[in-house]
Every structure is written in structure tokens, then in C-alpha cells.
Design a protein around this ligand. Structure first.
Ligand SMILES: *Cc1c(COP(=O)(O)O)cnc(C)c1O
Length: 418
């Protein structure tokens, strides 16, 4: 179909149609996963007997807030866990993961990360690399790490050596984050968890589940003990304005709730203000929106491979998260790509992203984001540090139609630089 609204050349429109045709055969798999997870979500709403009264805002201590309790129940059900703690009070994914780590680790415990160095923002939480006041390290929690193999795969032999019978936590990061290693699949998580438990039966297998929710048919809850994620990614469905969730074994979730509020009050307090309706609505939409983001990613993988770029994952790979990396090879293309994504955003389409010196990064970074929610990455966004191999990480897309146009515009803007 001709695109009359955006300035995209015949040539790119043509290439886009071919790419879409090819992508469509992989959309079928995405649709099957989406439908399964969407119906699982619908059933969870019904099982929890959601009614309009669940959206009633509470204030103050928030005692007896039914919506809060029901939402916890829904998340537990769709993630296959015993219990969950879903709160708008979690300020970010990092905050949520931090509450989970501090909630269950105690002085003298050892945490072993088995997927290499954790996501950037967690390094200060753990106490890696220099001073970080209030870190786990400062509270006497030891940290060990099993690096990924040179090809980015899990080092099972390394895990066997690093995990001891008294290891308290085995920590897994599912998503590639902003690296080029492969994302873990549920089958990998299952294998790591089984290995960890065979050595340390009482250890807590903890998962950073960011970007992974509803991407596969199976949820990780059956294999791990505790997980956490952000509501401005997949499980917020593009509607939750902030928040996070922790889910897992009942006792562990309870311990986390004592850290979020206080020992003794735990899940019993925490008013929802006027947030519940959006968190419910976001959760309900989350499986579908995740599917749309996956379609946008697959479409981009096909198109940019056709344009001659290396992409990861490839269009036909089984995906474990919504991230698509494209190796663009030089600075000009990165900048043009991000400007194209920005130009197709519903918000701030008129601004031009430029590289800047972001605190904590050793090279300049460029970001495209035109989102309803600040920092939301279930809405279409792209980020790229200006350094070799000049890769851009693209994720999200509330609907495939606008996501596709953004990808086409990115290709269009890059055209003179290919
Ligand atoms: C997004 C993300 C986090 C948390 O990030 P915030 O920016 O704090 O929300 C943690 N781990 C991974 C793998 C992520 O993708």
C-alpha cells in the first residue's frame, strides 16, 4: 500500500513491501505466542474476578486496597509464580531489581552472576567498579561472576566451578541489554536453573526478566525462584506510566515486600493513588503490544539485512526479548537512523536527536524516543553509543503499522549514506 503521509521514496517503499512479505511468514509464530499469552492474561483477569471496584484509588496507608492485591494475583498467574508484588512505587527497573536483591540477600551471602557483567545501572547497586554508597558490597554481600563465552553463550563449565553448595543466589539476566550477546531463551534459563540447583539446592535463582515478558509462550516462573521487571517495558503494555514488578516464590516475594515498605507491614500497605486502572489496562494489553514490538523488530531485521547490514537477532531466530540490534558501521548512519525513528514518533516528531555526552558512558550516545511515557522502551525507541561497531539497539513499537513506518523512515534517512 502506498504511504502518502510520510516522505518515503518509491525505492524504500518497494523494498519495505518485499521485506514485509518475507517477514509475514514469521509473524505467524509471533501471533501464536501473542494469542496464547493474551488469552492467558484474559483468563487471569477472570480468575482474579477483576471488577471496576479494583480501580478505586486508595490514599494514605492504602490498607485493604483490593485492586492492589488482585493485580499481584494476575501477575503471579501469567508469570507462573506463587506470588507477585506489582507497584507504581517502583521508580524504575533498576529500583525494582534492587529491592529484590536487598530483599533476599543478607550479609555474608554470595551472589553469582552467570550471564557476565549485569546491566549497566546494576553495577553500582552491586558495588562493582569503585565507590557506591549503599551498595550490596557495603552491606557485606559478596559478588562473583561467570563471564559469557567469547561467542556470547553461557559458560556451563564455568558455572559448575563458580557455584558452591552454599551459594545464596544465582543471578541471570535474560535480555542482551545493550550488548550484542544472544538473548537467553526460556530453555537456557531452565538449563541454568537446573544446574545451579544440582549444586546448591537451596540457592535462589533470580532472573532479570526485563524485556522478556510475553515474548515466548512459556513464562520463566516455573523454573526460577524470583524475578523482576519494569512496567515501562513489556508488562506495562505502553499504558502503565511507571512501576515495576517482583514475582516468585511466596516467601521471597514477602521478603521483598518487607524491603519495599517495612518488616511487618510488607504488602499490606502502599496506597495506589489513581494508578490501578492504568496498571490493569496496561497488563491486559501487554501480550498484544509485545507482539507488535516483535513484529516491528522482525520487519527491521529483514529490511536492514536486505540493505546489506548485519542484524542480530536475524529475522528467523527464536527471540527471547524485543530488542533488535543493527550494525550500521559508521557514525553518520547511526545518527540518520535515530533521526528517522524520531521523525515517525507520535510525540516530539519535530525534534532532531543529536549525539551527547551522557553521564556514565565513555563515548557519545544518540537516542531516539518520542514516547507518551518518559523513558518508555515498549514504545518505539532506539539508542546507540557512537563507537565500534556502530550498532543501534531498537526496541518497542505500540503498533506494527507505525513501527514499520518508523523503520522505513530510518532507512530513507540513511539512504545517501549506505
Ligand atoms: C531496562 C533494563 C533494566 C532496568 O532498567 P531501568 O532503566 O532502570 O528501568 C535492567 N536490566 C535490563 C536487562 C534491562 O533491559
Amino acid at each position: 500500500m502506498k504511504n502518502n503521509f510520510f516522505d518515503i521514496s518509491e525505492e524504500i517503499v518497494e523494498l519495505g513491501s518485499k521485506a514485509e512479505e518475507k517477514a509475514r511468514s514469521y509473524f505467524k509464530r509471533i501471533d501464536e505466542i501473542t494469542e496464547y499469552n493474551q488469552l492467558k492474561m484474559l483468563k487471569a483477569f477472570q480468575n482474579a474476578r477483576v471488577s471496576e471496584s479494583c480501580f478505586t484509588p486508595s490514599t494514605g496507608y492504602g490498607y485493604g486496597d483490593r485492586g492492589r492485591e488482585v493485580l499481584d494475583q494476575i501477575f503471579a498467574e501469567v508469570l507462573d509464580t506463587e506470588d507477585a508484588l506489582v507497584r507504581h512505587n517502583f521508580a524504575s527497573g533498576t529500583h525494582t531489581l534492587t529491592v529484590a536483591l536487598f530483599g533476599v540477600l543478607r550479609p555474608g551471602d554470595t551472589m553469582v552472576s552467570v550471564t557476565g557483567v549485569p546491566y549497566d545501572t546494576l553495577q553500582g547497586v552491586i558495588g562493582l567498579g569503585g565507590e557506591s554508597s549503599g551498595s550490596l558490597k557495603e552491606f557485606g554481600i559478596n559478588y562473583e561472576q561467570v563471564d559469557l563465552l567469547p561467542d556470547g553463550k553461557i559458560d556451563y563449565e564455568g558455572i559448575k566451578k563458580a557455584v558452591k553448595p552454599d551459594t545464596k543466589m544465582v543471578y541471570i539476566q535474560r535480555s542482551r541489554g545493550y550488548s550484542l550477546r544472544p538473548t537467553l531463551l526460556i530453555s537456557d534459563i531452565k538449563k541454568i536453573a537446573a544446574l545451579a540447583k544440582s549444586i546448591a539446592p537451596n540457592c535462589i535463582v533470580m532472573l532479570d526478566n526485563c524485556y522478556g515478558e510475553f515474548v515466548e509462550m512459556e513464562a520463566p516462573g516455573a523454573y526460577i525462584d524470583l524475578m523482576a521487571g519494569s512496567l515501562i517495558k513489556n508488562p506495562g503494555g505502553g499504558i502503565a506510566p511507571t512501576g515495576g514488578y517482583i514475582a516468585g516464590r511466596k516467601k521471597l516475594v514477602e521478603d521483598c515486600s518487607y524491603r519495599l515498605t517495612t518488616p511487618g507491614t510488607g504488602k499490606e500497605i502502599g496506597c495506589t493513588l489513581n494508578q490501578s486502572r492504568e496498571l490493569f489496562m496496561g497488563a491486559f494489553n501487554a501480550p498484544h503490544v509485545t507482539g507488535e514490538a516483535l513484529k516491528t523488530a522482525v520487519f527491521a531485521a529483514v529490511l536492514f539485512e536486505q540493505l546489506g547490514f548485519e542484524v542480530t537477532p536475524k529475522y528467523d531466530e527464536i527471540r527471547g526479548d524485543i530488542i533488535q540490534a543493527i550494525l550500521l558501521g559508521n557514525e553518520e548512519r547511526l545518527i540518520k537512523f535515530c533521526q528517522g525513528i524520531q521523525a515517525a514518533s507520535p510525540i516530539d516528531s519535530f525534534v532532531t536527536p543529536e549525539p551527547w555526552d551522557m553521564p556514565g558512558y565513555d563515548s557519545k550516545v544518540i537516542m531516539a524516543a518520542g514516547a507518551f511515557t518518559l523513558g518508555s522502551s515498549i514504545e518505539l525507541s532506539a539508542d546507540a553509543p557512537l563507537r565500534e561497531p556502530y550498532a543501534v539497539w531498537m526496541q518497542g513499537g505500540l503498533n506494527f503499522h507505525s513501527g514499520k513506518t518508523a523503520v522505513l523512515l530510518a532507512a530513507e534517512k540513511m539512504k545517501g549514506f549506505v
